[in-house]
Design a protein around this ligand. Structure first.
Ligand SMILES: [Zn+2]
Length: 254
């Protein structure tokens, strides 16, 4: 499992519950999965599946599309998991925790703490003075706390958190840079593609101009044919008359 998935899963199991991790693993591989199929694959009831999905949905980690079942008349919900969104939520959560931890560390480093030997209470110096350095629960005398180990532990946790956040941020910026490079490369490809069709169009228009010239003689041929037909129709009727006239003229000349 890569670090991005691990951070998401850590966050989800902590905030939403470990029980949804199997469901998430399935949704990571597939898209548009119906809740019935999810229930079947995970071997749980549809209601249990819906409960998990709604918990994830409340953090916008999954989303659905619904389609009406024409035969049964009810809606079927198809689910998708959004790993990028989940990682974002997990990262925001981590950053908030880091901020809180840093504030707590500051308090530990600057304040003087007094606590009950039975660990009933833990007071800052001012509060301890207010209570006369006595535990309000068991009346035992409060003892000044040596919090160096606590501070060291906090510093270690902060350090680990910061490293983790930095590593994820580094991976994310690398990913974004790769995506930007891909986008720029595809833009260049599109520009080249855009230039080519223009040439093709010019060629096509040239050929189109030639075509009508070729067609023209065909049309005239058709017209000629039709004319011939009319001529022949007339000629059938008129030819004998003309011959008759010619014969008549010859007779007259004679
Ligand atoms: Zn006490």
């Amino acid at each position: 499992m890569n670090i991005l998935d691990k951070i998401t899963d850590d966050f989800i199991s902590e905030i939403i519950g470990k029980d949804v991790l199997n469901l998430l693993q399935y949704l990571r591989k597939k898209s548009n999965v119906s809740e019935f199929k999810l229930a079947e694959k995970l071997n749980i009831t549809v209601n249990q599946t819906r409960n998990m999905l709604y918990r994830l949905y409340s953090y916008s980690l999954v989303d659905f599309t619904r389609k009406k079942d024409k035969k049964k008349g009810w809606y079927i919900y198809y689910w998708d998991f959004y790993p990028d969104r989940a990682l974002n939520v997990a990262l925001t959560h981590k950053n908030k925790r880091l901020e809180i931890l840093k504030n707590l560390l500051k308090k530990e480093e600057t304040g003087q703490y007094f606590s009950c030997p039975d660990n009933d209470v833990r007071f800052l110096l001012e509060q301890a003075i207010e209570h006369g350095f006595k535990c309000p629960e068991c009346d035992k005398v409060l003892v000044q706390e040596n919090n160096t180990r606590k501070i060291q532990n906090m510093m270690r946790t902060i350090d680990e958190l910061e490293k983790e956040i930095n590593e994820v941020n580094k991976i994310l910026t690398e990913k974004r840079e790769e995506e930007l490079k891909k986008i720029e490369a595809s833009k260049k490809r599109d520009k080249r593609k855009l230039k080519k069709p223009i040439r093709r169009i010019v060629k096509k228009t040239k050929t189109k101009r030639k075509k009508p010239a070729k067609k023209k003689p065909k049309k005239t041929l058709k017209k000629k044919v039709s004319k011939r037909k009319t001529i022949s129709k007339h000629s059938k009727r008129k030819f004998p008359k003309k011959i008759f006239k010619k014969k008549a003229k010859r007779k007259l000349k004679k």
